[in-house]
Design a protein around this ligand. Structure first.
Ligand code: ATP
Ligand code: MG
Length: 374
């Protein structure tokens, strides 16, 4: 039940439709530890369009998982959402200000599993080892959709079949430990999809699987995503998976978004120096055997320290002294569909940098690509 205080104002597009399934605004997640404060998510603003897959990429520890956990209000202690706004636009019903609810409230429980569900890298995070798979899926359906047990069982069989599990009727009584790793992952996806969520949060869901199973599971997720019309926030550090799954990509560095772009544009013309370095670190077909892979130079700073200026400037080959080490660039549009936070593209006052530098990566401006680590 949504109380009026949690009803947010809907963002309506020109055609009168709400476009986004969720909007995160200036989200901050902090971990207060004995050694200091870790700013795991440091001002993330991100919208997920309805029916689309948004991929989140970035190095380990950049805040991808905590961003997803914040949406469910499942940030583990000592972590806390200290600022920001999360507005969910359910298919049926008014928009909801998620953070107005207590994390242990009935309303929050109704959102988890009702409108938003999550799949993890490790299926046993979600599956309970002491109950048969079917019981767990039926329980979710009975909690959120119907009180009719027969109907719930039929829906559970249907969803187990949809994720490509053989003999789904028999699986109703099967325990998680009786399944292989790939089957368990499919069962967890079935559990997450059993409530036909508006938004699925997928946190490295295939990283632990062999490549064949990984490809099958990604196919299943894409098919079901199109069929149910849900949106997915797909968290991974694997750019190959992003290319296959995502419509749009958000690149994260040290708790902040540095670039957002449609997937083709990001791969065709990565703009932020960090994104470009990330792209260069992928081995390509044709890379000679035994060739040294490109690495992003420098290391991540101490997680308790706050880097002044642009968080990437200590590792950036084109950082401008007096600017990038002092001021923090905001994420601003570079084209109608691409946003980048970098002073190569915007001046301090937010105005676009004159054309030659703006088109640096297309080859007509300064040789940004050449300046990056080879
Ligand atoms: N319990 C904790 N105590 C202190 N810091 C934490 C805790 N959990 C996470 N963090 C910090 O929060 C930051 C973001 O973590 P997060 O798990 O979101 O990273 P990630 O991008 O998902 O990385 P990975 O790719 O390794 O999963 C990290 O710097 C991490 O050290
Ligand atoms: Mg993670």
């Amino acid at each position: 039940m949504v109380t009026t205080s949690a009803v947010a104002e809907a963002k309506v597009s020109a055609n009168g439709q709400v476009d986004n399934v969720i909007e995160l605004e200036d989200l901050h997640v902090h971990f207060h530890t004995k050694l200091g404060v870790v700013r795991a998510v440091n001002g993330v603003t991100l919208e997920i369009p309805r029916g689309k897959v948004v991929g989140v990429v970035g190095e380990s520890g950049c805040g991808k998982s905590q961003t997803a956990f914040a949406i469910m209000q499942l940030v583990p202690p000592p972590g806390r959402i200290v600022a920001g706004k999360i507005v969910l636009y359910p298919k049926n019903g008014p928009p909801v200000n998620v953070l107005r609810y207590d994390r242990n409230s009935d309303e929050m429980r109704a959102i988890r599993g009702g409108h938003v569900s999550m799949i993890f890298q490790e299926p046993m995070t979600a599956l309970n080892p002491v109950y048969p798979v079917g019981d767990q899926i039926m329980e979710a359906i009975l909690l959120h959709q119907t009180t009719d047990k027969k109907e719930a069982a039929a829906r559970a069989v249907d969803i187990l079949g949809k994720v490509g599990l053989p003999n789904p009727k028999r699986l109703l009584g099967t325990y998680p430990h009786e399944l292989s790793g790939g089957m368990r992952q499919r069962a967890m996806i079935a559990l997450a999809l059993s409530c036909t969520p508006d938004l699925l949060l997928a946190d490295e869901p295939t990283t632990a699987l062999d490549v064949t199973t990984q490809a099958q599971i990604l196919d299943v997720m894409r098919e079901l995503q199109a069929e149910i019309g849900m949106s997915i926030l797909f968290v991974t550090h694997n750019l190959g998976v992003i290319a296959q799954m995502a419509d749009e990509v958000a690149v994260m560095y040290l708790g902040q978004l540095v670039e957002r772009a449609p997937v083709e544009e990001l791969f065709d013309e990565p703009r932020h120096p960090y994104t470009r370095a990330l792209m260069r670190s992928i081995p390509h077909l044709g890379t000679p055997r035994h060739a040294r892979l490109n690495v992003i130079e420098g290391g991540l700073p101490n997680q308790y320290s706050q880097v002044p200026g642009c968080a990437f400037h200590p590792r950036c080959p084109v950082a401008q002294p007096g600017l990038c080490d002092v001021y923090q660039p905001a994420l601003r549009p570079v084209t109608p569909t691409v946003e980048v936070s970098c002073f190569l593209y915007h001046n301090l006052d937010g105005t676009p940098v004159a054309a030659p530098t703006q088109t640096a990566s297309s080859g007509t401006g300064p040789p940004l690509g050449d300046a990056l680590p080879a």
